[in-house]
Every structure is written in C-alpha cells, then in structure tokens.
Write a protein that binds this ligand. Structure first.
Ligand SMILES: Cc1cc2nc3c(=O)[nH]c(=O)nc-3n(C[C@H](O)[C@H](O)[C@H](O)COP(=O)(O)O)c2cc1C
Length: 310
C-alpha cells in the first residue's frame, strides 16, 4: 500500500460520511460528526475525494495530467450507473477489430498520450498503477523495434532447427521448443524472409506506432493491470478513428530475451505484458462478426452447463 495522505478540510466537512462509506481501506473514520484521518496508509484510489459532495476531501498524488485529454473533450462529471446506453457500448465492443492494414500516415503524439491517459483509467490490483508505457511514435521507431524482435526470432529459429536439441529438451520435460517448431516456426520464417527481402512488416502490419505496456516491480497483479490498461487502449483507439492490434510475438521476444528488451529501451526490472500496434486503418467492415458461444457454468443451478454444442 502506498503512503498517500488523505486530507480532510474539517471546516468544510458536513459529516455525511460518504467518504468513509466508499473507502476500500481504512484511513478515514467519523469522529465528532466529521470525517477524520485515522491512518495515513491508504490505496490512494481517490474514492473519498470523488464522493465528497462539498469537496472537503483531497488525496495527494492524483495528477490532473492523467485526465486532461488534449485530442478530444471529455466531460469530467461522473457518469452515473446506467448513464450510458449499453447498446452503444455493445456496438463499440463488437466493432473493434484487430487491424492489420494501415495507412502510411503518422499518429499525432497528443493522441498517443491520450491513449495512455485512457489506459490508466483501468483498475489495478491494490491500486498500484505500476504500469509503464513505452511509445514508439513513428514508423522509424516501430521498424527499430521490429528489427530487434526479428533478431530474436532469427536466433530462435536457428535453435529450433536443431532436431537433436528439440528431442533432448522434450526428454527433459521441456517440450516448448518442439511446440514452437511445429506450430510457429514455418510462418515466422516466412515473415522474417518477407521482412529481410521485401521490407514487408508482417509483425506490426505496417502500423504507424506501437505502445508497449509493461510493469515496474512491486505490483500485486502486474499482468492483469497491464492487460486491462491495454484493453482500454484498444477500445479508445477505435473511438479515436485508429486501428489497433495486440502483437503477442513482440511480447514473447521482449519477455524472453534481455537483448531485445534492451534494444527497445526497457530497463532490466520492467516486464512487458502487451504490445499494441496503432495506426490509421486502411480497412473497413460492413458488419460485426460476433463470437463463439462461451462456456457458461451456473454454480448450483439446475440447468447445468451451456456452451459450444450444448
Ligand atoms: C494476447 C494476444 C496476442 C495477439 N497477438 C497477435 C499477433 O502477434 N499478431 C496479430 O496479427 N494478431 C494478434 N492478436 C490478435 C488476435 O489474433 C485477435 O484478437 C483475434 O483473432 C480476434 O480478432 P479481433 O481482435 O478482431 O476480435 C493477439 C491477440 C491477443 C489477445
């Protein structure tokens, strides 16, 4: 837990108790008909500050930068429960697609920064907010990242070509290399050849920008935090007119190989969880596609399981 002080303006406090009610931790209590700070340890989530009807509570460390968008306007007022048409939300969720065709046009930096601002509205375990965002803002930077990732896969492919090594590792209970060789090596080899010989970008699909979402040490749920932030970014990108795509191959290279992470400018103690390719789309759809039926299990229900084939 961060040591973030909550301050209550005793003169302004009306004693409604709302700050205490919404607090997930324990730094606030009621005494003498007023809210008082009893413990300086708190999550720093800002619920108390947001709930106080008279603005008597403040939490240090909440930076206005994070909600000051520069490429669009956002009403700062809280949107109440049920305040957005779920049909609009469903349409957005159904319409976002992984984009693999981009225009050769840069994405302005203020839009990329706004995507980070929207990303960090995500929840994080114990409100650690220990995420990091490494921005590759133009094709040159994206290509540099692509070269580093390609270097990793060139080396991996050379290793995976050794049948004796695959067999040995399998015997040692480590079938990962053999699995990679069977499932991914042929397509990766083709992509590397296209990159080397024709300059085709099968990794980031020609995206104009990439944002790596990582975490600093100390977060209780670093991967979950980062992926929730990345999910926000994908939806926000669609609203801003941008296509986006998660690039798992880049994450694999950055996580498994320190040299690749170093080439991407990542400190040794950071872990990468998502790579988001971004750019103005050169593709469109005429309808939404939907999803397979998921497995749904009602605990204690009569009807049992329903899912694919059910
Ligand atoms: C963790 C993860 C890694 C992914 N990695 C890649 C990737 O390396 N390259 C790519 O083109 N798409 C990648 N995708 C996109 C998926 O292929 C895509 O989400 C899926 O086909 C569903 O399509 P949709 O996103 O348009 O709904 C990845 C998606 C996820 C969630």
């Amino acid at each position: 837990m961060a040591d973030i002080p909550v301050v209550v303006d005793a003169a302004a406090c009306t004693g409604c108790g709302m700050c205490v009610r919404v607090c997930p931790d324990g730094p606030l209590d009621m005494a003498g008909g007023r809210a008082v700070v009893i413990d300086r340890r708190c999550l720093g989530c800002g619920h108390c500050q947001a709930a106080c009807p008279v603005g008597a509570v403040s939490v240090a460390g909440l930076d206005p930068w994070a909600s000051r968008f520069s490429s669009f306007r956002a009403d700062p007022a809280w949107l109440g429960f049920g305040g957005l048409d779920p049909g609009i939300l469903a349409r957005l969720l159904l319409s976002r697609r992984s984009c693999r065709n981009y225009q050769d046009r840069p994405v302005p930096r203020d839009i990329l920064e706004d995507l980070v601002r929207l990303a960090v509205t995500a929840p994080s375990g114990a409100n650690s907010q220990a995420w990091t965002f490494t921005l590759f803002p133009d094709r040159e930077a994206v290509a540099a990242l692509g070269r580093a990732v390609a270097g990793f896969f060139e080396r991996l492919n050379r290793t995976a070509e050794k049948a004796w090594l695959r067999a040995l590792l399998r015997l040692a209970g480590r079938p990962g290399l053999a699995e990679y060789h069977r499932r991914h090596q042929p397509s990766v080899a083709r992509a590397l050849e296209a990159w080397r010989e024709r300059g085709e970008d099968h990794l980031f699909h020609g995206a104009a920008a990439v944002i790596l979402v990582g975490s600093r040490p100390g977060a209780s749920c670093p991967a979950e935090d980062a992926l929730l932030a990345a999910g926000n970014m994908l939806l926000a990108a669609h609203c801003l007119g941008l296509g986006s795509c998660l690039i798992g191959y880049a994450v694999a290279a950055l996580r498994r190989d320190r040299a690749t992470a170093r080439a991407a400018g990542l400190p040794a103690d950071e872990e990468v969880h998502a790579a988001v390719a971004l750019g103005w789309p050169e593709e469109s759809y005429v309808r939404t596609a939907g999803r397979k039926r998921p497995m749904i299990r009602w605990f204690g229900g009569e009807s049992g399981e329903s899912g694919p084939g059910a």
